[in-house]
Design a protein around this ligand. Structure first.
Ligand code: FES
Ligand code: FE2
Length: 338
């Protein structure tokens, strides 16, 4: 079960520059495309004519033309042309979904149209913020999206999984503070006067000791933003501070797979493409390490006995609060539609 009355990231905006994209979200096969005037659209992929994928078709002006027999559909899902001059049957329409194309993310609403609410969008504006620079990417993960969420809510794994980039013993030695703010779970960890992790030695190049502050926010149902601020300790290095945002959108594909969209932006050297390239590559390699663990974890959970339960420790605080929040929101949504 998924929360339906929510925005989910369907694509990165620039994924829609070329051909229509076929992508399954929340178990439903969809087609994603951009019209000639630049409008992003999301519709069911199953053509109402004979069920072929609309994604094999082509965008013609403001319409998507099915690649099998050429039925043409507007972004509302209304059929506006059938080759051969047939009268358009009332049933020849496809379900289309509200889309918000903002800050480089394509958000889709697959829930109740009466509840569409832009105030539920996550604060992902950092990818379009003046003075911030970086890149974004996509990973397909063969695990439930909650495993990706819990990976990001418990960064103690950095010490063990990310030996070449984010490892530091401070991450396990420093306790977290967890708090709930409406639909947001916040996990904070301030690691003061520590040796910088390898990533921050490379970017932006800290040489001495630093204060490293992490603030992770889970925004239900599928977003995590990680704000990292690293400041040189007085007398150790220069006086610089570097701030980063890692924005993560974990969109369920099925209950065993996830579309994982991420962006990493920084607030220094915005024009330096070499820094952007290096930071992107380090991060992609780091996240691949997560994916490798998560896919194996999912496989083992699948084969676990029915009464198997995870063991909780204080560093799981964020994961536990997020799971609780999701349980409450799912119950609320089930109640309001029942
Ligand atoms: S299946 Fe799409 S036009 Fe025939
Ligand atoms: Fe990780």
């Amino acid at each position: 079960v998924y929360l339906r009355n929510e925005w989910y990231v369907a694509a990165l905006s620039d994924e829609l520059e070329g051909r229509p994209v076929a992508r399954t979200l929340l178990g439903q096969p969809l087609v994603l495309f951009r019209t000639a005037s630049g409008k992003a659209a999301v519709m069911d992929n199953r053509c109402p004519h004979r069920g072929a994928p609309l994604s094999t078709g082509e965008v013609v002006g403001e319409s998507l033309v099915c690649g099998y027999h050429g039925f043409s559909f507007e972004t509302t899902g209304r059929c506006n042309h059938i080759p051969g001059g047939a009268v358009i049957p009332a049933k020849a329409c496809v379900r289309s979904y509200p889309v918000v194309d903002r800050w480089g993310w394509v958000f889709v609403w697959m829930g109740d149209l009466a509840h569409v609410d832009e105030s539920l969008l996550p604060n992902f504006r950092w990818t379009a913020e003046p003075g911030w620079a970086g890149g974004r990417d996509y990973l397909h993960v063969r695990s439930n999206y909650t495993l990706v969420r819990d990976n990001l809510l418990d960064l103690t794994h950095a010490r063990f999984v990310h030996k070449n980039t984010l490892a530091t013993s401070a991450v396990t030695d420093t306790p977290i503070r967890t708090s709930l703010h409406g639909r947001v779970v916040r996990v904070e960890r301030n690691m003061l006067n520590i040796e910088p992790s390898p990533f921050f030695k490379k970017i932006p190049g800290f040489k001495g000791r630093v204060d490293h502050r992490q603030c992770i926010e889970f925004h239900a149902a599928s977003y995590i933003s990680i704000n990292t601020t690293v400041t040189a300790v007085a007398g150790e290095d220069d006086d610089r501070t570097a701030a980063f945002y890692v924005l993560n959108a974990m969109t369920p594909e099925t209950d065993k797979s996830t579309h994982y969209f991420w962006a990493l932006v920084r607030n220094f050297a915005p024009e330096d493409d070499e820094v952007t390239r290096m930071q992107h590559e380090l991060n992609r390699a780091t996240f691949q390490e997560d994916v490798d663990i998560l896919e194996q974890q999912q496989a083992l959970l699948d084969s676990a006995p029915a009464d198997w339960q995870p063991v909780a420790v204080p560093n799981d605080g964020g994961c536990i609060q997020a799971a609780r929040l999701m349980k409450r929101l799912l119950a609320q949504e089930a109640g309001s539609t029942a």
